[in-house]
Design a protein around this ligand. Sequence first.
Ligand SMILES: [Zn+2]
Length: 153
Amino acid sequence: MNLSTFNKLGLGVIVLCWGFIIHDKVNFRQKVDKQFKPFVAAYYEFLKEVCPFKYKNQTSNYTIKFDHGDDQWIGLCEPSWNGYVIHIDKDFWDNSSESAHTQLIFHEMSHCVAFREHVKDESHYMNPIFYVLPYKQMLPQLKTDLRNYCNDR
Ligand SMILES: [Zn+2]
């Protein structure tokens, strides 16, 4: 099993997320800490590639910011009054690899942008227990999720 650095330290960390979003708003605004921007941009590139229509019609406002999960969570997505907020645990972020950063942002954005839920498969990036997966393994999973989102009504 491919354990993340964090898990090797003996800190089994659960990614708790919920993602039922108010989603009929007019203005699409982003408030994203600069450390998250490359990963957010990469996610949107994939969305644009897989589903240009949904990409162009993103309407939820959202914020991505650092927070403290206190070993309870490393990332979570919650609805707010006009969109959603993604919280990222600062300690985890500061002590994990770029691969982990990518996967964590993609996981949370798949909840909040593409409305995907958790899966039981431990080798899937939408499993609630966070293991860093090889990018080549995660990418097709992400694209499948984006394709499914594209086909959602
Ligand atoms: Zn999750």
